[in-house]
Design a protein around this ligand. Sequence first.
Ligand SMILES: [Zn+2]
Length: 313
Amino acid sequence: MLIADAHCDSMLDVIRGVRHLYTASSKGHVDFPRLREAGVKIQVFALFIESIYKPNGALKRALQMISAFFDEVEAADGLVEHITTTSQLEKVLLDPKAVGAILSIEGGEALEGDIRVLDCLYRLGVRSIGLTWNQRNQIADGVGERDTKGGLTRFGKEVVKRMNELGMLIDLAHISENGFWDVINLSSKPVIVSHANCQSVFMHPRNLSNQQILALKETKGLMGITYAPEYVSEKPSLDALIKHIDHVCQLTGCADLVCLGSDFDGTNPMIPGLEEVTKVPALIKKLEKLGYKTQDIEKLMGENLIKILKATL
Ligand SMILES: [Zn+2]
């Protein structure tokens, strides 16, 4: 079964000199050989901009990480392909051995308030941007600033329009709720919330309300269910995670809205049962046991993410 994942932070280990991704490691959650072993066909690699690089130095940090990512892909010697176009995506999907990597930036600070920088990052192969992390930035307020009720700035509106034009996937994980609605109303293309769960299953400001989930349905968007324990439950487990998947499917009456958004290497430890990427197929078995239809499991394990990428790139 085709598996695709909308969010991991594994490049953090590389840029911090902890390990490489081109070779299998006993450390961390994801590397290229383990992606292949797990049957993950498409992985979105987010480049997380740490707070010490904000606001000054965010672009330099993003460029360092992009360069490090290219080094990893080159050293992998064909094991992973950096995907920037739909035709590349289709080629990887047809090749049983290939693994595709999509480059994303987690933190719009990397634009340093300049739309030309966005164009340049696109030319470097970046195909998605998480507009904010938890703080306020030049684009919008993050979820940590939600009390001030701020949404998109004027520059943020420019960024949304330009990302639509260029064919970049807008990622609304971590944005304030007002920012979420501003983008939903403005974007001409479907958006993703790459790693978040459901507020009505487990209350957390990073999780989505039912209205937000229904708005994603309306706009053909997508949410990546995350295994990061703090968004799952007070007692995180595989069963608790599946409650979030169940909720989205029941609320929307379909399996079209959910994809995987692990947050591997973004937090540690992960929920029991999904400790690292080679455990992910266990989720398929669990869903089968619970009586999910094969067609629906295929959608949420990978097809839904592939579909939005094809619609965007
Ligand atoms: Zn995150």
